[in-house]
Design a protein around this ligand. Structure first.
Ligand code: GRF
Length: 214
């Protein structure tokens, strides 16, 4: 069976990228990371990519004067010759151009550290998400894997995993409980994609049982 060709887009430590690398290494995901692209120089994900000898480059928003269309074209110039099957946003903090998203519609995934549509959208990233959950007094949080659309955290949901919010939780304890589930959810979603078991029906993503593969 041919390996799924993945490009990972990163802006920070690349902890979600690590979960994909772990799944590839333990044989539970038939895929390869063919390119890692950072949105800025000097981030921790660079070391992670280097330690796995992954092709790595930077397409920085600053270099493109904040022009997302120009950034989209630069990303496309890198990805198109690589015949990438799937693009994974792994803590990627830049906006993607609409034309770029359209070109790869249904082939860009993101993971968000809350149960969307709660605690998502503009400015909702990192510790801010968990702080908002705690401030609101929510009793359940979790993570969401979605296909990326032109909105902010509005794309069709592939899967979600829930965790309890516990008495005395801090941003750190909640983030770490959610991250444990993120490490399971992202490889699981990619595996379903690789097995052609995700079917879009409107904005609903149906997960086909293994026997019903198409
Ligand atoms: C995770 O919380 C994920 O939900 C969000 O980015 C965080 C991981 O960032 N998309 P990083 O991979 O550690 O930089």
């Amino acid at each position: 069976m041919t390996k799924l060709r993945i490009a990972a887009l990163v802006s920070g430590s690349g902890s979600n990228l690590q979960s994909i690398l772990d799944a590839i290494r333990d044989g539970s995901l038939n895929a390869e990371i063919v390119q890692v692209i950072a949105s800025r120089p000097g981030i921790a994900a660079e070391q992670r990519a280097a330690s796995y000898q992954l092709p790595y480059c930077v397409v920085s928003r600053r270099e493109h004067g904040g022009d997302t269309a120009s950034m989209g074209r630069a990303l496309e110039a890198i990805l198109q010759p690589l015949a990438v099957d799937l693009i994974l946003l792994c803590g990627y903090l830049s906006f993607l151009d609409e034309a770029f998203i359209r070109r790869y519609e249904g082939r860009i995934m993101n993971i968000h550290p809350s149960l969307l549509p709660a605690f998502g959208g503009k400015g909702a990233y990192g510790a801010k998400v968990h702080q908002a959950v705690l401030d609101y007094g929510a009793k359940i949080s979790g993570c969401t894997v979605m296909f990326v659309d032109a909105g902010e955290d509005t794309g069709p949901i592939i899967l979600q995993k829930a965790v309890p919010v516990c008495e005395g939780d801090t941003v750190e304890t909640l983030a770490s409980r959610v991250m444990e589930q993120e490490q399971l959810a992202y490889p699981e979603a990619v595996r379903l994609f690789a097995e052609h078991r995700l079917r879009m029906e409107g904005r609903t993503v149906r997960v086909l049982p293994a026997a019903e593969r198409c």
